[in-house]
Ligand binder design. Structure first.
Ligand code: SAH
Ligand code: SF4
Ligand code: F3S
Length: 457
């Protein structure tokens, strides 16, 4: 029997996805591609000429959220130009701004055709169908009860690359007084162990060597295993490290309150668990930590880091900091600097406090002037930068195992990652991509290391 020609709907269409915000959005964008593939959408690297544009957005700070509207302004002009040629360009806003603002997006930017939150993107086929049937904008921001991940798994496309993100936990019940995440991502949820293992096994079969397990509070993970027992993150890491092909595991982001002795011990015992810990603390002042509703003291955090370093002395520690939280005095800020001096960070992300609609801290009368926030941020970043430079500089002369990921900028060069998450540039054959090789570190740049191939590990 002759093969049936593919239906018109399957003619190749192009989708351009722009991702903002955290790694979880990066993961979600990949999964949107999975859902769109069977509908005939192929990925394109530029918005011009795309049939569908998705902005996968972030609401964490005002700047992040406002970027979306300036981007929508540009895209609207492309849409108009395309319409003049008689072609359609659909515009979708996904992610955390979509969840937080919903209908408001269509009011502010009427060119938008679809708005859907982080919990509804597995329904993209239905949303697109509804848009085309009604000819009107479709907004979907509820939190459906159906298992998003379960539905997505049946559509997974092959992964490229040797490193991958894997969301294992989503949502947050902690309600830090500055943060929108509990509102945009919903309440805390852990994926079942078997589902995570299955996804990891599939990707390992496609050549992924390093996984970064993701969650807003990834160390609060408590997934059910096949015997109905609840497994913590340490247990999940142990399960995953038994999968053939998986060489390295990381996890992010952790909350100090959810840390367990088992996870700390895993850093001593499991060679596949990389010596890198991202553990945000936000502030070194107990007064501020209290009004942030973080639920722990600076001392508690410092003792945790001590325990980690006892288990894994070479651990690289990274963190997040907010400066200029309402009511932050010079003394509070000094306490943050002294915590940073005590910990010694390999890297850190720091932000000026940004009041977010609907969060308690935004209502505080004790807001700090922008100029003061800027001064504090500069001082904090100078300190962290010095620590980071010292950390990277100490690598020169050492041999690090580097997972080679992709070609570098220069000919004959590959870029990989050290156990401490540093980018490493080395001269090596493209055939070595996916291998973990011993590398003599000989140079240090502002954000990366360089070295020479010293043999396969
Ligand atoms: N769940 C993680 C953080 C997720 S948000 C945790 O609890 O640590 C990532 C980072 O953005 C936070 O660690 C914080 O430093 C920063 N952030 C969150 N809300 C912010 C706001 N309103 N203003 C400035 N920075 C903020
Ligand atoms: Fe936001 Fe706090 Fe939850 Fe982290 S723990 S996502 S900062 S509310
Ligand atoms: Fe941003 Fe949403 Fe992540 S607000 S940081 S994209 S969870």
């Amino acid at each position: 029997m002759p093969e049936r020609p593919p239906p018109m709907d399957n003619a190749l269409k192009k989708v351009f996805i722009k991702t903002y915000g955290c790694q979880m959005n990066v993961y979600d964008s990949e999964r949107m591609r999975d859902v769109l593939g069977p509908l005939g959408y192929a990925d394109t690297a530029t918005p011009e000429g795309a049939d569908l544009i998705i902005l996968n957005t972030c609401h964490i700070r005002e700047k992040a959220a406002e970027k979306v509207y300036s981007e929508l302004g540009k895209i609207r002009r492309m849409k108009r130009a395309r319409a003049e040629l008689g072609a359609e360009m659909l515009i979708a806003v996904a992610g955390c701004v979509a969840q937080a603002e919903g209908e408001e997006i269509v009011r502010r930017a009427p060119a938008v055709d679809l708005v859907f939150g982080p919990q509804t993107y597995h329904r993209l086929p239905q949303l697109l169908a509804r848009r085309s049937a009604s000819g009107r904008a479709v907004v979907e921001t509820e939190f459906p009860a159906a298992d998003k991940f379960g539905e997505l798994d049946s559509k997974a496309q092959p992964r490229k690359g040797v490193t991958a993100f894997l969301t294992v936990q989503e949502g947050c019940d902690k309600f830090c007084s500055f943060c929108v995440v509990p509102y945009t991502r919903g309440s805390e949820f852990s994926r079942p162990v078997a589902q995570v293992v299955e996804e990891a096994r599939r990707m390992a079969g496609q050549g992924v060597k390093e996984f970064t397990l993701l969650g807003q509070n990834v160390n609060a993970y408590h997934g059910m295993d096949d015997r109905g027992r609840s497994l913590g993150l340490a247990g999940l890491v142990a399960e995953l490290s038994r999968i053939e092909g998986i060489e390295r595991l990381r996890y992010t982001t952790s909350h100090p309150r959810d840390m367990t002795d088992e996870l700390i011990a895993a850093h001593a015992e499991n060679p596949k668990l990389m010596p890198y810990l991202h553990l945000p603390v936000q502030s070194g002042s107990d007064t501020i930590l209290k009004s942030m509703n973080r639920g722990h003291t600076a001392e508690f955090y410092l003792r945790l880091i001590e325990k980690f370093r006892a288990a894994r002395p070479d651990l690289a520690v990274s963190g997040d900091f907010i400066v200029g939280f309402p009511g932050e005095t010079d003394n509070d800020f000094e306490s943050t600097l002294s915590l940073i001096r005590e910990v010694g960070y390999a890297s850190a992300f720091s932000f000026k406090y940004s009041p977010r609609p609907g969060t308690p801290a935004a209502e505080s009368a004790k807001q700090i002037p922008e100029a003061e926030k800027s001064v504090r941020l500069q001082e904090l970043q100078a300190l962290v930068h010095a620590q980071q430079t010292a950390f990277n500089g100490a690598m020169v002369g050492r041999t690090l195992s580097v997972l080679l990921e992709k070609p570098g900028r220069d000919a004959g060069q590959l870029v990989g990652r050290s156990p401490y998450l540093q980018s490493v540039h080395i001269q090596a054959e493209p055939g070595l991509i996916g291998m973990i090789v011993d590398t003599h570190i000989s140079g240090v740049g502002s954000n990366s290391l360089s070295g020479h191939y010293a043999g396969a590990v």
